[in-house]
Design a protein. Structure first.
Length: 152
């Protein structure tokens, strides 16, 4: 029976080490149960998962809009120009992507980069250079990082 009680104590401290009547240390090292690993400022949620610095993310105020469908989200145009979508050039979308390249990075709907041949090594920034020439040289298989559009 003593082993059964020890097993219950071990499982209880494994889950939550802050239960009343349970010792919080074994030797010199404090026990950290599942609950203690998850909660608090140093826990998994606040310390590891929620607040990371990443590229291509944005923050804005959420508010209701009666002009939107229930499954739609409004994104400000300024943010839609920064958050890009990598679109591979196909025969069906080549003219639309050429127009996005001609619009450039500052006109919506436009594009910010062209990756020639779908490779990261030949990334062309559309802020500089001749955009008409880049649009004419666009080939099937290239990747255009274009602005976000409606209903995406």
């Amino acid at each position: 029976m003593e082993q059964w009680e020890f097993l219950q104590l071990a499982v209880a401290t494994y889950i939550n080490s802050e239960l009343p009547g349970i010792p919080t240390t074994i030797g010199q090292k404090p026990i950290r149960g599942f609950c203690q690993r998850l909660k608090g400022k140093q826990g998994r949620f606040r310390g590891n998962l929620s607040g990371k610095r990443v590229d291509f993310s944005a923050r804005t105020v959420i508010s209701p809009d009666p002009n939107l469908q229930i499954d739609q989200v409004a994104v400000p145009e300024r943010i839609a120009k920064v958050l890009t979508f990598p679109d591979r050039v196909t025969p069906h979308n080549i003219e639309r992507l050429r127009q996005a390249i001609r619009n450039g990075h500052d006109v919506h709907p436009g594009a910010n980069f062209v990756l020639a041949g779908g490779s990261e090594t030949f990334k062309k920034f559309l802020k500089f250079g001749d955009r008409d020439m880049m649009a004419d040289r666009l080939r099937i298989g290239d990747i255009v990082e274009r602005h976000l559009r409606d209903d995406e």
